[in-house]
Every structure is written in structure tokens, then in C-alpha cells.
Design a protein around this ligand. Structure first.
Ligand code: TYD
Length: 136
């Protein structure tokens, strides 16, 4: 998949003096149905997460609190995206190697996913991922 398919999505933001509100509807604001939500928190300084690609899973990554970087790699091109707004989400298409680092202290990374957890959907070996994208 081309890295340019992965984009920042700007979600609706209902501003209110009592506090702002953002909402996300599957297949409306993001190009998939939400089957699973997970989040990373209490990430120690200097830690890296990710380091894998998914065969078929679509995901959306949001910095719910604080900030961190997502490094995307489609096997040909790489880009580093800084996330620091809870009304922005990074859409990550299938067959995209991703790494997350530069977590600020107290940051929370929420991920919306198009399917349930399935270890068979992962490429955890970078060489295997490169082999798979180059034979496509
Ligand atoms: P992993 O996807 O490798 O984490 P990250 O990419 O955020 O660094 O998952 C870490 C561990 O958690 C791994 O043993 C699988 C397990 N896990 C689940 O059981 N369910 C889930 O929904 C996720 C995302 C992970």
C-alpha cells in the first residue's frame, strides 16, 4: 500500500466553555467499522512501541493526551508524523510498517481498529514485511 493513503483525519470538534467534545463514527469519519479499541498508557520515557505491520487491519491512531510520533514505512518511503491533538487521527492502512516513539510523559495513544486481535494478521519481522510488499 502507498504511504500517501495514510492521512491525518480532522474530526468534528464541538467547542464549549464547559469543555470540548469530539466524536468519530465508523464508515463516516473513518473508512472502516470499529471492531476494537485499545490504548497505550504509562509509557516510560524513551520507549518504542509498534514495530510491525498488519496484513488486513485498518487502524486509526489518536493522541488522546500528550504527544508521540508515528513512523510509517510502506517498504519504499518513510515518514514521521507527530500527533498531539485529540481531534486528529492518523489513518493507517493495511501493509504499513509502523513504529511509535517520542512519547511525552502521561501521554495516551488510543487506537481504533477494523477487526478483533489476531496474531496471524501481523508481520513482526521487517525482512518478511519487505519481502511481502516487494512481491505484490
Ligand atoms: P502489540 O500489537 O505488539 O503492541 P504495540 O504495537 O502497541 O507495541 O501487542 C502487544 C501485546 O499485546 C501482544 O502480546 C499482543 C497483545 N494484544 C492483545 O492481546 N490484544 C490487542 O488488541 C492488542 C493490540 C495487543
Amino acid at each position: 500500500m502507498d504511504i500517501n493513503l495514510c492521512k491525518i483525519i480532522d474530526f468534528p470538534k464541538i467547542t464549549d466553555p464547559r469543555g470540548n467534545l469530539t466524536f468519530i463514527e465508523g464508515h463516516n469519519h473513518i473508512p472502516f467499522d470499529i471492531q476494537r479499541v485499545y490504548y497505550l498508557y504509562d509509557v516510560p520515557g524513551g520507549a518504542e512501541r509498534g514495530g510491525h505491520a498488519h496484513k488486513a487491519l485498518h487502524q486509526l491512531i489518536i493522541a488522546m493526551s500528550g504527544s508521540f510520533d508515528v513512523i510509517l514505512d510502506d517498504g519504499k518511503n518513510k515518514k514521521r508524523i507527530h500527533l498531539n491533538r485529540s481531534y486528529h487521527g492518523l489513518y493507517v492502512c493495511p501493509m504499513m510498517w509502523r513504529e511509535l516513539d517520542n512519547f511525552s510523559s502521561g501521554s495516551v495513544c488510543m487506537v481504533l481498529a477494523s477487526n478483533k486481535y489476531d496474531e496471524d494478521d501481523y508481520y513482526r519481522d521487517y525482512a518478511e514485511f519487505i519481502q511481502a510488499v516487494s512481491t505484490k
